[in-house]
Design a protein around this ligand. Structure first.
Ligand code: NAD
Length: 281
């Protein structure tokens, strides 16, 4: 079984991106800039944002974090986004989710200029991805996609099952696999026989949020299994895939932690650089 090392893949991607930033700097005399808006003092959000900033600096991006207290008015955030939209030094804007209840998430997402939407959540980018046009792609599914392609460069005709239909993970993942000419089944909480669906799959991507949902006898021999889940349990962090059982059957499997997670931030940097490159054309 191939243990898919997301930490190593992410480090390789960051090294490539660092070179690319240096080339862009010598060509354009400026570097891509990432601005993150962080609202409130939720500890996980603070940790995510700190890691994003650290990684952005590591590859040579210009990075900035704008912090607001929990009580900030929605209007203030929307005005800041407008300001960043017209700031030429800002290539990518990310508003760290979740937001306080009094702020409308969709309004905030839609306020971001789609060409600077490094999370790929703006309806314009969602539509472009589903139409097969160039777009920003949500970072976690993009990371999953890059890991799958490392194992199997030609996905044409493969049967893929995506477990979970969230806008963040399942839906964009489905679009990426479709683009690669996979036959994709998207499953969710109302799917009648999830095990039977998974047993058909050459590729399984599990993004559910239920600890160890995907069991060893759900997985065909030689399947590639990507585990997006991050679930806190009494036994520590586990994924949506039962690692010990599935590793006996699968051809390749991502561990949790150390699989998909590290790729997510690396893909955010990639998206920022891609937004910059498109803005220079
Ligand atoms: P979500 O709660 O938005 O969506 C979960 C999906 O799972 C839903 O579409 C639901 O229909 C489906 N589902 C629920 N129960 C099911 C069942 N019994 N059978 C089949 N499908 C079922 O979750 P999300 O935001 O997509 O996150 C999923 C998991 O991925 C979570 O554990 C989250 O922490 C993790 N996550 C990891 C990363 C990363 O970087 N690795 C990033 C984002 C999310």
């Amino acid at each position: 079984m191939i243990l898919i090392n997301g930490k190593k893949a992410a480090a390789e991607l960051r090294a490539e991106l660092k070179e690319e930033v240096a080339e862009l700097k010598s060509k354009h005399n400026k570097v891509p800039g990432l601005t993150v808006i962080l609202i409130g003092d939720l500890t996980p959000s603070q940790i995510y944002v700190r890691n994003k900033e650290k990684s952005a600096n590591e590859v040579g991006l210009k990075s900035e974090v704008i912090k607001y207290p929990d009580s900030v008015e929605e209007k203030t955030v929307l005005e800041k986004i407008q300001e960043l939209n017209s700031d030429e030094t800002v290539s990518g804007i990310l508003v760290q989710l979740p937001l306080p209840k009094h702020i409308d998430k969709q309004k905030v997402i839609e306020a971001i200029d789609p060409s600077k939407d490094v999370d790929g959540f703006h309806p314009m980018n969602v539509g472009n991805l589903s139409s097969g046009y160039e777009s920003s792609i949500p970072c976690t599914p993009l990371g999953c996609y890059l890991l799958i392609k490392k194992i199997e460069p030609n996905l044409s005709g493969k049967k893929a099952v995506v477990v979970g239909r969230s806008n963040l993970n399942g839906k964009p993942m489905t679009q990426l696999l479709l683009k690669e000419n996979c036959t994709v089944t998207i499953t969710h909480s109302k799917t009648k026989d999830l095990k039977a669906e998974c047993l058909e799959a050459d590729i399984i991507v599990a993004a559910v949020g239920i600890p160890e949902l995907v069991r060893g006898d759900w997985v065909k021999k030689d399947a590639i299994v990507i585990d997006v889940g991050i679930n806190k349990t009494d036994n520590g962090i586990v994924g949506d895939v039962h690692f010990d059982e599935v590793s006996k059957n699968a051809k390749a499997l991502t561990p949790v932690p150390g699989g998909v997670g590290p790729m997510t931030i690396a893909c955010l940097l990639k998206n920022t650089i891609d937004c910059f490159k498109r803005s220079q054309i």
